[in-house]
Ligand binder design. Structure first.
Ligand code: ATP
Ligand code: MG
Length: 306
């Protein structure tokens, strides 16, 4: 069945990205809550049907580590894309001061299995692996979203500059600066996976903008500097080695998904009893407390200025 706007009741805004807004919606006929992403495009209407057709293969991308796709439609030059609502949101906002190793292992395991499924069963390279595209729910499930399924959609996005938080592999940054997008391979996603793991461990992006004079200096550090590592006090040698296997500057030297799934870090993690439901609940509480703290601080600053 096809979804259209008249069936949807709009609820809260869940977040905003570079290309659009994500809202929680209720699909009235089925009473299912969904997340609806609005993407504004710059193109002529003839291409819209092509995009909807390309997105249709998402119906086949059903796996426990992939966010369910419900359907897409367009109104004027916007594509509306409906997917499974993940009630704990994206992992970037659940990081706190860093995710403990057993939980990081579980999240990583889901990410690797999801990426392997996309590659082996769908012949899809994700192309946008980063913490905002790793979603969590209160059942403790971890799923990937926003993978590059439609070439036409990608070409129609209002092209913004490389953001100040790049998860792109060195070869991709180099290729982009030479206007060469052919350098992308599956191992570029493995780099982004490693970088995302470090961010989840630190609680912040591994190349903090404050330490670089400008975006150019930051990108130079990614391309030419020594790859970042997990902090050694809080993470085991296995965990650190796993990340090193992802963050190799030479793409051919990075581990494959098969190798990563057999790595001692994930093998040991599978034998552990990890309370994901409990972790999600406490991470949500911490997020709410920090949001409130931030709001109070802003209010105080505003009052002081008056
Ligand atoms: P970018 O624009 O670079 O891709 P992004 O991933 O943060 O960045 P969006 O994909 O537009 O941008 O998503 C915005 C936010 O909406 C996300 O950060 C996430 O917190 C939230 N979100 C996205 N999809 C869902 C979903 N299915 N369920 C719950 N929250 C979601
Ligand atoms: Mg996203």
């Amino acid at each position: 069945f096809a979804i259209n706007m008249s069936q949807l009741q709009l609820e809260d805004e869940l977040g905003r990205g570079n290309y659009g807004t994500v809202k929680k919606v209720l699909h009235k006929p089925t009473k299912v809550y969904m997340a609806m992403k609005e993407i504004q495009l710059e193109l002529d209407d003839s291409k819209l049907n092509g995009i909807i057709m390309e997105l249709d293969i998402l119906h086949r991308a059903a796996a426990p580590e992939i966010v369910d796709f419900y359907g897409a439609f367009f109104i004027e030059s916007c594509v509306y894309y409906c997917m499974e609502y993940m009630d704990a949101g994206s992992v970037d906002k659940l990081e706190g001061d860093g995710i403990p190793e057993p939980v990081l292992g579980r999240i990583t395991s889901s990410m690797v299995r999801g990426l392997k499924f996309l590659k082996d069963d769908m012949q899809i390279i994700h192309r946008d692996v980063k913490p905002t595209n790793v979603l969590v729910n209160s059942k403790g499930e971890v799923k990937l979203c926003d993978f590059g399924v439609s070439g036409q959609l990608e070409r129609s996005l209002a092209k913004t500059n490389i953001g100040c938080q790049s998860y792109m592999a060195p070869e991709r940054i180099k290729g982009e600066s030479q206007n060469n997008i052919g350098t992308y391979t599956v191992s570029s996603d493995v780099w982004s996976l490693g970088l995302s793991m470090i961010e989840m461990a630190l609680g912040h992006y591994p190349y903090p903008p404050e330490t670089y004079a400008n975006v150019f200096a930051q990108l130079t550090a990614i391309v030419h500097g020594a790859p970042p590592e997990l902090p050694d006090d809080d993470y085991s040698d296995d965990a650190r080695d796993f990340v090193t296997r992802c963050l190799h500057r030479v793409p051919e030297m990075r581990a494959t998904y098969g190798e990563l799934l057999e790595h001692p870090f994930l093998v040991r993690n599978r034998a552990l009893d990890v309370d994901m439901v409990g972790w999600v609940a406490s991470a949500i509480k911490l997020r709410a407390a920090r949001q409130q703290q931030q709001q109070e601080q802003q209010k105080q600053e505003l009052e002081q200025r008056q």
